[in-house]
Design a protein. Structure first.
Length: 230
């Protein structure tokens, strides 16, 4: 396959995928729609330790308002060929019920495993999340809340050109508190990762998010992310 043919295929595939994502996101009139804009930096500090820094802005109400923005930083440790651990902190500015933005503090502890089979890569991540709010609307907001997050992801590594489709699902489970539901939130996503060069890549994806707490609500999301791997 020539470079011209490869680039033509990439452009056509990307155009079809973006059109499909937008069509799906806008098709359900009873669901909200938002766009998430993100940037991620990964830098290897040693053979086993990586520094990860990310920033994101998330919109809602037909992508007309900013729901939240955050900055996150953490360290990842490679336990062995198939297993990694990570510890990170996120500072979030979130729109609350008083129509003002307030800070939230989140800490994450991750354990991630992955395996490869032919051109497929399969991974699973368990994330323990602790959140502290500064906007205190209810008595329970004075105390940290804890969530267990389980994410399963599959990526197809396209051998002939750098356009890799993926799909993942993630469930959020409230922990250490009386809850009427085992699952508080689910996300289902599909998209593509395009490797521009050794250092640069972009992700374009669609996410369907269903919240069960405090009441059932659905949201369609387009995710746009830039990645720099140093």
């Amino acid at each position: 396959m020539t470079r011209t043919m490869m680039m033509t295929m990439i452009k056509r595939t990307s155009t079809v995928l973006i059109a499909a994502i937008i069509t799906i996101s806008l098709s359900a009139q009873d669901k909200d729609f938002g766009i998430w804009y993100g940037a991620n930096l990964k830098k290897g500090l040693t053979d086993k330790i990586d520094l990860d820094v990310s920033a994101m802005v998330r919109t809602f109400e037909k992508a007309s308002k900013v729901d939240q923005g955050f900055l996150e930083a953490g360290l990842g440790y490679k336990i062995n060929k198939h297993l990694d651990a990570a510890l990170s902190y996120r500072l979030t500015s979130s729109l609350e019920d008083d129509s003002k933005y307030h800070f939230q503090h989140k800490a994450f502890l991750d354990l991630k495993g992955d395996v490869k089979f032919s051109n497929f890569s399969f991974s699973g991540r368990f994330r323990f999340q602790a959140r502290v709010k500064t906007y205190l609307e209810y008595v329970s907001d004075k105390y940290p809340d804890y969530t267990g997050r389980l994410k399963l992801k599959a990526v197809y590594r396209t051998p002939s050109f750098p356009l890799n489709p993926y799909v993942y699902c993630e469930s959020f489970c409230p922990m250490f508190a009386n809850s009427e539901r085992l699952i508080g939130k689910n996300r289902l996503s599909f998209g593509v990762a395009y490797k521009i060069s050794k250092l640069h890549s972009i992700d374009i994806g669609y996410i369907h998010q269903r919240d069960y707490l405090p009441k059932i609500s659905n949201m369609n999301i387009i995710s746009l992310e830039y990645n720099l791997n140093l």
